[in-house]
Design a protein around this ligand. Structure first.
Ligand code: PMP
Length: 398
């Protein structure tokens, strides 16, 4: 039965990791990943997480099945982070949330449900976007197209191009929006521009699907929720996928959520019943550990404060690396305007390096980046930043 099976293309980023692991140079640096590393080049285990895990282990809870929608305390905590703890939508019962297997799992459940709801729609993702957006929505059966997003000349967003495209779309089109810390470019739109996006969605009847994978990595929990809050105030119905992979450094535990805003409490009950069918026929119910840990942290005032401090530490370190990189490149004689490096937000920066330059970085310096020129700023640290700046400056000036 497998004789005619073709080899699937390799995941470009995971393929990069394999090449990095096989590289024997001591100075090698992996800027291709989408993971936050601390200043020692390690994935942190947050103190708040450690404390919650210790308590959970000591309590030795039995491992029964969770409800299809996951842990209620977790889902409530997710809603408060995304919509704000005093949200009228939450109070009115207009938000449903199901615990999901990471942000990816949330996108997949949302995509499968949207396919049942709106089977003839086209999905629009930003150009460029996280590679898995296209694959996920295509595998749910949708045609996937793009809207303009990045302006290479400024290293910022091309908002005029984005808005013009959104205005041209037929009613019912599904638009996937990066709620903050755009992956891969690091270029976000402004708060005022979010209001314009909301207005276009209302005027044109577009269905927004906000993807929030990096809440807390730009300016803070509430500040980074500006897009969710703008849609919340609009009276529109919309989807939000969210993830604690980065903000809790719980990548492998697969902790995310799908939230949907409906028009009423009564509508919420019907929508939730349908989303639960999607989950039930996919993986039945989510695993226990990650969600229980996040819920424990977010419901304890002390652990929550500790988490917010640790998250702020990650955010500040990334900013320092951005500033440090821009300063070092300028000091090494790179004349190009590098202000975009510090303007871009979150873990990634689009450097403008060509695929050829990325290849030189790998071959001559053992520095691995994505061929599009995306680098993970969160993989820089006080030990490797000078080496990386030397290499980047050499390549940029060549
Ligand atoms: N959306 C975006 C924009 C992402 O960058 C990522 C993570 N790389 C995800 C979703 C998926 O997150 P998770 O690892 O929690 O599945």
């Amino acid at each position: 039965i497998f004789a005619a099976v073709e080899m699937a293309p390799r995941d470009p980023i995971l393929g990069l990791n394999e090449a990095f692991n096989a590289d024997t140079r001591a100075t090698k640096v992996n800027l291709g990943v989408g993971v936050y590393y601390d200043d020692n080049g390690k994935i942190p285990l947050l103190g708040a997480v450690k404390a919650a895990e210790k308590a959970r282990l000591e309590a030795m809870p039995a491992r029964g099945y969770q409800p299809i929608e996951g842990l209620a305390a977790y889902n409530n905590a997710v809603q408060a982070l995304l919509f704000g703890k005093d949200s009228a939508l939450i109070a009115n019962g207009q938000v449903i949330t199901v615990e999901a297997l990471g942000g990816t799992g949330a996108l997949k459940v949302g995509a499968d449900y949207l396919k049942r709801l709106n089977p003839d729609a086209t999905v629009y993702i930003s150009d460029p976007s996280w590679e898995n957006h296209r694959a996920l929505f295509e595998s749910a059966g949708f045609p996937v197209d793009t809207y303009p997003y990045y302006d290479a000349a400024t290293g910022g967003a091309n908002f005029a191009g984005m808005k013009a495209k959104l205005e041209s779309l037929p009613a019912g089109s599904i638009i996937v929006l990066h709620a903050c810390c755009h992956n891969p470019t690091g270029a976000d739109i402004t708060d005022a521009q979010w209001e314009e996006v909301v207005a276009v969605c209302r005027a044109k009847g577009l269905v927004a699907f906000l993807d929030m994978a990096y809440q807390g990595f730009a300016d803070g929990i509430d500040a980074d929720a500006v897009a969710v809050r703008a849609f919340s105030a609009s009276g529109l119905q919309f989807f939000v996928s969210s993830s604690f992979s980065k903000s809790f450094s719980l990548y492998g535990e697969r902790v995310g959520a799908l939230s949907i805003v409906t028009a009423s409490k009564e509508e919420s009950a019907r929508v939730l019943s349908q989303v639960k069918r999607v989950v039930r026929t996919n993986y039945s119910n989510p695993p226990t550990h990650g969600g229980a840990v996040v819920a424990a942290v977010l419901s304890s005032p002390e652990l929550r404060q500790q988490w917010e401090d640790e998250l702020a530490g990650m955010r500040v370190r990334i900013r320092e690396m951005r500033k440090g990189l821009a300063e070092r490149l300028a000091a090494r004689g790179v004349t190009r305007d590098l202000s975009f490096v510090t303007r871009q937000r979150g873990m990634f920066s689009y450097t403008g390096l060509s695929a050829g330059q990325v290849e030189v970085l790998k071959n001559e310096f053992g520095i691995y980046a994505v061929s599009t020129g995306r680098i993970c700023v969160a993989a820089l640290n006080s030990k490797n930043i000078d080496y990386v700046a030397d290499a980047l400056a050499t390549v940029m000036k060549a």
